[in-house]
Design a protein around this ligand. Sequence first.
Ligand code: HEC
Ligand code: HEC
Ligand code: HEC
Ligand code: HEC
Length: 225
Amino acid sequence: MDPFKPELPKPPSQRWAFVLAGVGCTFLVLAVLFVGNLWGRTPVKAAIPLVDVKFLATTPWRQSYGDLVAAKEDLSDFDCYGCHEKNKPPPIRYDANQKIIIPKEHSDIVMGHGSHDRNNLCYNCHNEANLLTLQVRDGRELKFNESPALCGSCHGPTYRDWEAGAHGRTSGFWDTKAGPTKRLACVSCHNPHAPDIPTREPAPGPHSLHDAAHAEGAAPAKPSH
Ligand code: HEC
Ligand code: HEC
Ligand code: HEC
Ligand code: HEC
């Protein structure tokens, strides 16, 4: 080294070029690592299970007399005078515990209307003078497809809710151009002879978009009930 010619500091422009090149290289290396995902782990996304189609069906789970007529199905259960004699109302028989005996010809009927069988008497609803009609407490005679008025004669508040659209879902289409909107009769859901609706499995909740956190190592959160 020549002691009389000390090394001069590099001109500033050259220093800056050096720094920029360094920073550029660092970013390039980082970008390669990032794009190549060299040390990151791709979060495992839990597969979104498809909803069971049974939860999407809009058909009511029971076919009322009106539904059977519309679907042109077998109506022989409603042909009362195919078996019974006119002007001879079938007598109602009871066992030793005052429970109604259901004859084997009607074995598809299981009576259970109200707690303690409160409303099990056939002629609370059927007209003994004409089995082909229903009878209401106030004396009105109704056809089988007019049964909501029969139910309403004893279940006033529910009937009012139903008329207002708050009980018994409105079915079919919102967009009436796509298809008709339908109001269901009480007996499209409730069996008149045993109207309590058994508890059903609930439909699954909405899928959480934050499941990735659960998927890392830990099993995805399961509903607790
Ligand atoms: C709460 C009112 C009510 C009572 C009580 C009742 N029924 Fe009915 N029953 C109806 C209605 C309403 C229908 C029509 C249902 C429909 O549209 O699907 C019907 C339908 C029927 C039918 C034809 C369809 C079928 O399910 O076979 C028979 C038979 C019948 N009832 C017999 C009886 C007998 C027997 C009793 C007494 C042991 C009885 N019902 C008690 C309201 C009642
Ligand atoms: C397949 C034949 C058949 C048909 C269809 C039929 N029944 Fe009956 N039903 C019987 C027989 C048999 C009995 C028992 C004998 C009797 O009491 O006459 C009976 C009994 C009854 C009883 C007395 C129930 C009891 O617990 O003692 C009622 C009420 C009755 N039927 C209503 C109806 C009504 C309403 C219809 C039409 C919606 C109908 N049945 C259709 C055969 C029939
Ligand atoms: C003659 C009066 C009367 C008629 C008509 C009647 N119900 Fe009832 N209903 C009752 C009584 C009484 C109870 C029992 C209330 C209680 O136990 O607190 C009951 C209970 C019910 C329940 C509650 C579930 C259960 O079994 O306790 C439902 C749902 C029901 N009825 C639906 C209907 C439908 C649908 C109709 C028309 C097909 C109808 N009811 C016609 C008197 C009637
Ligand atoms: C779309 C189906 C549907 C229709 C249509 C429908 N219900 Fe219901 N109803 C239900 C369900 C679901 C429940 C609740 C389950 C249960 O309590 O059994 C219920 C409950 C009831 C109860 C018991 C309420 C309580 O507080 O315990 C009565 C009474 C009743 N409905 C009467 C009627 C009458 C009357 C009509 C017609 C005017 C009708 N429902 C139409 C589905 C229906």
